[in-house]
Ligand binder design. Structure first.
Ligand SMILES: Cc1ncc(COP(=O)(O)O)c(C=O)c1O
Length: 440
């Protein structure tokens, strides 16, 4: 028995059915490029590029080398009142890539920490501007903003909130979600119908009085809930309403930043600039945990008043701007530029869309959705067993087809590598079709 197998019971797995998993564990011990390997040497193709994290492929040599060099040069350095050269450099690189006017960057260690940091910045920003009454935060149904208390509260995924219902942070409300399978099923790209759902924010401005609202947080394309691209015109309208009412607009780009939509940020792709952008994942290609919150000058400047010897924002993590993570981030930005990754991702979109939509007439499939290199195939749930068909597909792909495919209940989610090879994508979807044909 391998060391991993003999310790499996000690390990409480995140977002996993532990008992079911431990009966037949799916354990990875190596990776290179577009493939994982298991302890017995089986090679699997990764159709989720990590967990939306590793768009450049696994163990990219340039990022590996940068991390190895950095860990031997400066392993750690606090970033409270002292800092390190790599954190500063990465802040410059990321803000240079960000939409115009977004020139400041606060580091965290994950998407969830970035979300809670962004919410705190929004609240403290209004207070610093003398609008301390703006305390209400608005999320969206079906939104995923990580698992910390702030993110969970503005998030809108019912099972994530259920056990903590009485402990969610106060002063939060939600606009309606945008998924409308009756009007928009099998949309290629942005769905046509639903821009009017942005008016839900106007309704909440009336209900709570907009002078009490601090910020609205949305994913430009909702990811973890099953890939929900926004209706045409929806994000533009949210921006307008926020401008009219002095509300900060936060884009949670943990998934959509760094090429997933064929541009540096989703904000570029949609032509809508928020006040705050949340990132993580692709910031370091998933190699070292790191997140970053990027803010407009007007947000940062709101804090830069008062005595200069005083801390402006009482917030930060021991590992904010960790030098090894920052070195991974700098190398990642280098590779994105040197390899033309975002342009390559954009060039793969059409082929990806066609492969996904070739499932439209499959007997199990009730919707197919895609935008950029994000895609989903939604299957009908089995009677009395929601999620079973999706989980069976995931397991069969793993064991029978050497393919890692993610399912959220009965929706298969796809996050291909930004530098995928078209023939690998074709073979992977052919394998998925074999699996779907073989299950009930
Ligand atoms: C949009 C979004 N926000 C936040 C998070 C949370 O990130 P993490 O798991 O790194 O805390 C995720 C994770 O998938 C995400 O997709």
């Amino acid at each position: 028995m391998s060391v991993a197998a003999s310790n499996i019971d000690a390990y409480w797995m995140p977002f996993t059915a532990n008992r079911d998993f431990k009966a037949n564990p799916r354990v990875i011990s190596g990776a290179s490029g577009h493939h994982y390997t298991t302890e017995n040497g089986t090679k699997l193709y990764d159709m989720f590029s990590g967990l939306w994290t590793s768009g450049l492929g696994h163990c990219h040599p340039k990022i590996v080398a940068a991390v190895q060099k950095q860990v031997a040069e400066l392993d750690y350095c606090m970033t409270f009142q002292v800092t390190n050269n790599k954190a500063i450099e990465l802040a410059g690189r990321v803000t240079e890539m960000a939409p115009e006017g977004i020139n400041h960057c606060f580091f965290t260690n994950s998407g969830s920490e970035s979300v809670d940091t962004a919410l705190k910045i929004a609240l403290a920003c209004h207070r610093a501007r003398g609008e301390g009454n703006r305390t209400r935060l608005i999320g969206r149904e079906r939104g995923y903003h990580g698992v910390n208390f702030g993110g969970m509260s503005v998030g809108g995924i019912a099972p994530n909130r259920k056990a903590f219902s009485a402990n969610l942070i106060p002063g939060v409300d939600h606009i309606r979600q945008t998924h409308d399978i009756e009007r928009n099923a099998f949309s290629r790209g942005l769905p046509k119908h639903g821009a009017e759902l942005a008016e839900d924010l106007v309704r909440l401005c009336g209900l709570h009085d907009s002078s009490n609202i601090a910020a609205v947080i949305v994913e430009p394309v909702a990811g973890s809930t099953g890939v929900l691209p926004p209706p045409v015109g929806y994000l533009e309208r949210l921006r307008e309403i926020c401008d009219q009412h002095g509300i900060l607009l936060i884009f949670d780009e943990v998934i959509t930043a760094f090429g997933r939509l064929g541009r540096p940020f989703g904000a570029h792709r949609f032509g809508v600039t928020p006040d705050i952008i949340i990132t993580a994942k692709g910031l370091t290609n998933g190699v070292i945990p790191m997140g970053a919150v990027l803010v407009r000058d007007s947000v940062y400047d709101a804090f830069m008043h008062g005595p200069e010897n005083m801390i402006e924002l009482f917030h930060g993590y021991t590992y904010s701007g960790h030098p090894v993570a920052a070195a991974a981030g700098i190398a990642t930005m280098d590779v994105y530029e040197e390899e033309g990754t975002f342009e390559q991702a954009a060039s793969l979109e059409q082929g990806f869309e066609d492969l996904l939509h070739s499932f439209a007439d499959h007997k199990h499939v009730i919707d197919v959705r895609n935008y950029g290199l994000m895609g989903a195939i939604e299957m009908a749930p089995r009677d009395g067993a929601p999620g079973a068909r999706g989980t069976e597909t995931h397991k069969k792909c793993f064991w029978d087809e050497n393919l890692v495919v993610r399912n959220g209940m009965d929706t298969l989610q796809f996050s291909p590598f930004l530098n995928s090879k078209p023939d690998e994508m074709e073979q992977s979807f052919a394998a998925i079709r074999r699996v779907l044909d073989s299950i009930e």
